[in-house]
Design a protein around this ligand. Sequence first.
Ligand SMILES: *Cc1c(COP(=O)(O)O)cnc(C)c1O
Length: 296
Amino acid sequence: MVIPLSHTRTDSLKKLYQPFGVELSVLRLDLLHPVVSGNKWFKLGPWLAEAIAHEKHTVITFGGAWSNHLVATAAACRSAGLGSIGIVRGEEPPVLSPTLVDARQFGMQLVFVPRNVYATKEIPSSMMHLLPNSLVIGEGGYGAPGRDGAAQIASLPHVHEHTHSVVAVGTGTTLAGLVCGTGGHQSVTGIPVVNDDGLPDAIRSLLPPALHDRFRLQAGFSFGGYAKKTGELVRFMNDWFRSTGIPSDLVYTGKLFFAADSLARNGFFPAGSRVLVIHSGGLQGNRSLPAGTLNF
Ligand SMILES: *Cc1c(COP(=O)(O)O)cnc(C)c1O
């Protein structure tokens, strides 16, 4: 599978935010592929290059039943000629989620482990014999290779023309990549979608010391924590789609756009700022919602 980066584009929301003195645009990485989510595709490139360089023929990684990372890994491995194994949180359900069906269709072997075992993030003993020929990628693709892949987002057309960028933060790997890719010339704000006090350190450990202060995390937009949702968030996502035509997901980008909208309206960005909000994809996860929840 080849995903042409030319599928991405920048949508200007100039008219909507002009009254607040800022120019706001959205980088549409969600348009890369309906299932293989934008930032995951970027993060995986160098990981897979590392697997190939070390002559590993399989990638092993972790995720839940709706994981963007899992299905993106399956697709990326297939396109790189590598096998993939997904260690999935929880017992095997009678009916697989569409995400897992897709992952399997991309050739991923699924290994279900009970939640308490999954929490240890250890490779089950039954799989130990695979390790010499496998590369293990942590949940979410966190690490230096993921950062280097995400840094390429900064090379897409128009990214450098912005004074500010805003990005959703799970592990913070994408944010670290943006900070590196823009070399500290852009003020990068991360919106954590998890409540994790360890995030700032986890991000700094991916950055050279000179860039340690070149980002900020804006808390208060996690809506209760990872994958938690409220009626207010769902209403916002539907309103946002009505006014911008841009779809979002409940775990990452709905919270990101809610935050960007609120920050832009409340004077967070200095007048005249050119703000780029990174749509990191993840729309496939919306298939977990009852039909009719969202208007797109
Ligand atoms: C995984 C994911 C993120 C979080 O990326 P990190 O690099 O882990 O911070 C953001 N948005 C979407 C859509 C994702 O799937």
